[in-house]
Ligand binder design. Structure first.
Ligand code: PLP
Length: 381
């Protein structure tokens, strides 16, 4: 098992304080929040406290938070639920979205809507002129992620929202990768819906949320007992929700440190990468502080990930965060990167637990691994 973890955009370790907050709800406090008795009331109270913590972390009101089981569910809910209640028209998603946004749009296309992609430039920035052009046709929803999971590129969501609002079109943003890494403000951004997820910020897997402007008419994905004001039926995962709330509070507190610490590691890494002649993707974009995505010529990304794992470093390849496929990253292809170069991509994503010594060790190991792989290729040729 790899000993140095550089894959925090995939998932993060549960923070000790988060586990501590969750423990009572995993052990003795087992009430169902819809029950009227003391156990139920205490579970309800815990959920409402978490709702406030989550809302505070994203500049929203607590009545705007709908808890889900994951970011994937919240994205499916937003795209499907918003479009379903409108006349069939276009759903516009950027070409770099996570599949849990683009695939629901394609699923809606099979039901009669039209799914269209907004292009990005070579730095991974959404082309707002293209969005403006697409918005000339009747549109139900624009969904553009706040920060990309692979390159870390941060989109100009205020501008995107302003363009959509001019046409009275609703906007959703997937802020799963942005939360805890940059300032996220639901109200200031002007979006109508925003997705966040617990396990990317030191919370447990099993909780996410859709932050929703109350004026938006949305159809639930799950029908049943009417939990979450009828928007998401199913008995709440209390421990996970409590953990999510605590993780949100900690992430907000830790944000300035996260930004300065991880950006210094990232910059240090990229100086070393440049010496090794890496191609760094999206380097000119405004990016998440903790993310670096790069490739080396004639080196396969999956092979590099496996070789680095063997010498003690957990990193991600281009396609790893969304599927088990070995296809080149759709994000890089959308940026116009050649498929052969894209196949070489690997990603490092830091947290405050990582150190500059680890980065130095990584660079040394990387140089050696590259040499070995190139030697093997030369022998095979
Ligand atoms: N959106 C983005 C940008 C992601 O990176 C991920 C996870 O990798 C998701 C959504 C899905 O979130 P979850 O793992 O909570 O389903």
């Amino acid at each position: 098992m790899a000993s140095v973890y550089f894959d925090h955009n995939s998932t993060t370790a549960l923070k000790p304080k988060v586990l501590e907050a969750m423990m009572p709800y995993l052990t003795k406090q087992h009430g169902n929040p819809t029950s009227q008795h003391g156990y139920g009331r205490s579970a309800r109270q815990a959920i409402e406290q978490a709702r406030l913590q989550v809302a505070n972390a994203v500049g929203a009101q607590s009545n705007q938070i709908v808890f889900t089981a994951s970011g994937t569910e919240a994205n499916n809910f937003a795209v499907t639920g918003i479009a379903s209640n409108l006349d069939q028209a276009q759903i516009l998603t950027s070409s770099i979205e996570h599949p849990c946004v683009s695939n629901p749009a394609l699923a809606m296309q099979r039901r009669g809507w039209q799914a269209k992609s907004i292009v990005v430039d070579s730095d991974c920035n959404v082309h707002t002129a293209h969005l403006q052009k697409l918005l000339e046709a009747p549109t139900d929803l624009v969904s553009v992620m706040l920060a990309n999971n692979e390159t870390g590129a941060i989109q100009d969501i205020e501008k995107i929202t302003a363009l959509a609002r001019e046409k009275k079109v609703l906007v959703h943003t997937d802020a799963v990768q942005a939360l805890g890494k940059i300032n996220v403000d639901f109200t200031a951004s002007g979006v109508h819906a925003m997705t966040i997820s617990s396990h990317k910020i030191g919370g447990p897997i099993g909780a996410g949320a859709l932050v929703l402007n109350k004026r938006v008419d949305i159809q639930p994905l799950l029908h049943g007992g009417g939990q979450e004001k009828g928007l998401r039926s199913g008995t709440e995962n209390i421990a996970a929700i409590v953990g999510f709330g605590e993780a949100c509070a900690l992430a907000t507190e830790n944000l300035p440190h996260f930004a300065t610490h991880t950006v210094s590691l990232r910059d240090h890494l990229e100086v070393g990468l440049q010496k090794l002649e890496a191609v760094i993707f999206g380097q000119k974009a405004k990016r998440l502080p903790n993310t670096s995505f790069f490739a080396f010529s004639n080196i396969d990304g999956e092979t590099l990930v496996t070789a680095l794992d063997k010498v003690g470093f957990a990193v991600a390849s281009g396609s790893a965060c969304s599927s088990a496929s070995s296809e080149p990253s759709h994000v890089l292809l959308a940026m116009g990167v050649d498929a052969d170069v894209a196949r070489g991509a690997i990603r490092l994503s830091f947290s405050t637990n990582n150190t500059v010594e680890q980065v130095d060790e990584f660079l040394t190991a990387l140089e050696k691994v590259l040499q070995d792989l190139r030697q093997l290729t030369a022998i095979a040729a």
